[in-house]
Write a protein that binds this ligand. Sequence first.
Ligand SMILES: [Zn+2]
Length: 183
Amino acid sequence: MNAFTSNASLVIYPTNPNWIPDKPEALIKTLQQTGLTGEPLNKNENSYLVGEYFLDHISFMGCSPNIKLENENDDGTFTFIRITTTENITALTGKHGFAPHCPQCKKPEKNWRVLLKDNQLVCSHCQQISDAWLYNWRKSAGFGRCFIEITDIYPKEAIPQSSVLELLEKRFQIPWSYFFYHA
Ligand SMILES: [Zn+2]
């Protein structure tokens, strides 16, 4: 699956990897009410311009964020919001160099790229078989069926405020988190 066309994204997702909204409109409506998302991008109905309160919900690190909120260069390299839902649990692991930690023995698994099969990992230290999302990825990968992608944001360039995660949790009764996807 390659729903992600942006090289680098901040992705907000539900921590239950099986969760998708009963109605996709409910998720979009919630995001629009919070002001995170604005008008739809006409080329893709799952994509939205950033909303009026985007910068209240997403904190940029550093003093002068190099962020484009409009398609200035007409090449799609700007920050917008794309909502993706998938039929099966999708692993968005990207090309980060972080070795995730086993949920049982807590040791890092350097060979995870080779070992990852059907979203499971067999730990090479303790042999425990675990769902890959139970590993500690330190926000460098995510597993799920529903992703709110904020495009053109490089790892640690910006993070969501707890306000937006709490709003999503309150509305959908499940905890949300985020990670950085770097293709
Ligand atoms: Zn282990």
